[in-house]
Design a protein around this ligand. Structure first.
Ligand code: FAD
Length: 458
């Protein structure tokens, strides 16, 4: 008996229910990854994520080889390729993880029907890419939670399946062949400081963070210069770390740091259950506020200055430059830059979300689009009109300016607090900086936003 396991956003061997189920009672399993042309055509396979993915596939193949197997990689339409491999292997069942976008749901349905026509079964496993599957906790009278706090309460009480050990052996049938694995070095346009991908790198990061970062997470996670968050996001996006395993480990570890990390993992599931119920929220306002946002056409110079990290607001510029350099940005910085674009410049959140999706190695439809909507006030924020002031926030979360100086070399020699308001410097101190003046006055931006939303003027 042979089965197929299709890997998608779960590129690991530890805690992998679809692979464990496929191995149960089977003589051999085909571990298959399909480079889905539809994902590439949709522009989702950006350089940073393609490079990270190449690392993930190389690492997964290595781990499978250590267990007597190998990874089979194919390219094309996922449904056609899975059916072809299943036929070549004469497999009875195909196992894969559930995923929760509209695209994934349609693809899964097509695959189920195509396999059924060939007399084969598709087994879809929940709680692989998330800890608590969308629809598992629902409020009465609705199909999803629109507010995080009550969702979190119920999510925390939901039963979690046990984390599974990595299989010791994965026998793969000789007859099934794959393509050459993609290599990171073949991808161009990658951020210079992009981290390494793969389950081995993810598990190393987990072990290190448990030793040195987790206990302080609750106190340090907003400290921009301290860079003290887990950096698990890309590993969670590609599934090189398991959310279920992380939560079990964090709960066993205990303490405020571990508790705060688990709460952030609940945010990840929260956005997925919103997207599963409201797939349109990937592109359209979750809650319409009647905004007539600025677009590329109406504010291209301002939007481009934001993208390039040349707005004249140091903390915004530092964050936007970090994004290009590392393919990652600190959560507090994501909040500030998104608030600046949508509320201070009053530009359409979709413009910012698209830019983030291009660069972020953890770029993810649910987390990205719904966090953008949260900040823009069109999403699930219960205070949709709050505006983050970049100077006040910079003083609070980067008090001595180290984060700004790390990413904005023009301000290298400027101390705090001037480093957050360099336009206040005078004479040579100012003219020697070669740093732009602010592109917008914060008070004017705030007035415009409030008028647009029909709120009282300050
Ligand atoms: P940690 O603080 O260590 O958190 C641990 C994990 O919890 C993260 O890895 C992540 O999986 C999850 N998490 C934390 N905060 C959130 C959140 N607000 N929403 C969902 N999950 C969360 N996260 C993405 O993974 N992909 C995105 O495309 C993405 N886009 C964002 C866009 C904006 C405008 C904002 C404000 C936030 C976005 N986030 C996104 C959420 C968050 O900023 C990142 O998950 C976090 O910064 C990643 O760093 P970390 O792994 O060190 O996080």
């Amino acid at each position: 008996r042979v089965s197929v396991t299709v890997f998608t956003c779960d590129l690991r061997l530890h805690d992998h229910p679809p692979l464990c189920a496929a191995l149960e009672g089977a003589d051999a399993v085909v571990p298959l990854f399909v480079r889905d042309r539809a994902v590439e055509a949709a522009g989702f396979a950006t350089p940073n994520r393609s490079a990270f993915l190449a690392d993930c596939l190389t690492d997964l193949d290595g781990s499978l080889r250590d267990r007597g197997g190998r990874l089979v990689v194919r390219s094309g339409d996922l449904v056609a390729q899975v059916c072809r491999v299943a036929a070549e292997a004469d497999a009875g069942e195909v196992h894969m993880a559930a995923s929760h976008s509209a695209f994934a749901a349609r693809r899964e349905e097509r695959l189920r029907r195509a396999l059924e026509r060939d007399g084969r079964g598709l087994v879809v496993h929940d709680a692989v890419t998330v800890a608590v599957a969308p629809g598992e906790v629902v409020p009465s009278g609705s199909d999803h939670y629109a507010v995080f706090t009550p969702y979190h309460r119920r999510w925390s009480q939901a039963g979690l399946r046990p984390a599974l050990a990595a299989p010791r052996r994965v026998p793969v049938p000789e007859a099934v062949n794959g393509e050459r694995l993609p290599a990171r070095g073949e991808v161009t346009g990658v951020s210079p400081a992009l981290p390494a991908g793969g389950e081995s790198a993810g598990r190393e990061r987990m072990t290190a963070y448990w030793r040195t970062g987790l206990d302080a997470y609750d106190d340090t996670r907003d400290d921009l210069a301290g860079d003290a968050t887990s950096r698990f996001s890309a590993h969670l996006h590609f599934g090189t770390l398991s959310p279920v395993e992380l939560i079990h480990r964090a709960r066993r570890h205990g303490g405020p740091g571990a508790q705060a990390l688990v709460r952030q993992l609940a945010w990840r599931d929260f956005h997925r259950q919103v997207l599963a119920a409201r797939p349109d929220a990937a592109h359209a306002d979750y809650r319409t506020k009647g905004d007539t946002w600025h677009t590329e056409r109406t504010a291209s110079a301002d939007i481009e200055a934001w993208r390039q990290g040349r707005t004249g607001y140091p903390v915004i510029d530092a964050a936007m430059r970090q994004l290009r350099e590392e393919g990652w940005m600190h959560n507090r910085a994501r909040l500030l830059t998104a608030s600046f674009l949508t509320k201070t410049l009053y530009a359409d959140w979709r413009v910012g979300a698209a830019h983030f999706l291009h660069w972020l190695v953890d770029g993810d439809i649910a987390s990205n689009q719904l966090n953008w909507q949260w900040v823009a006030g069109t999403g699930t924020d219960t205070r949709p009109n709050r505006v983050l002031n970049p100077v006040v926030q910079a003083r609070r979360y980067d008090p001595d300016g180290a984060y700004v100086r790390r990413w904005v070399p023009e301000l290298e020699g400027v101390g705090a607090p001037a480093v957050h308001e360099p336009w206040k410097l005078t004479g040579r101190a100012r003219s020697a900086l070669h740093y732009p003046d602010p592109i917008v006055d914060l008070a004017e931006g705030l007035d415009r936003f409030r008028r647009a939303r029909g709120l009282q003027e300050r």
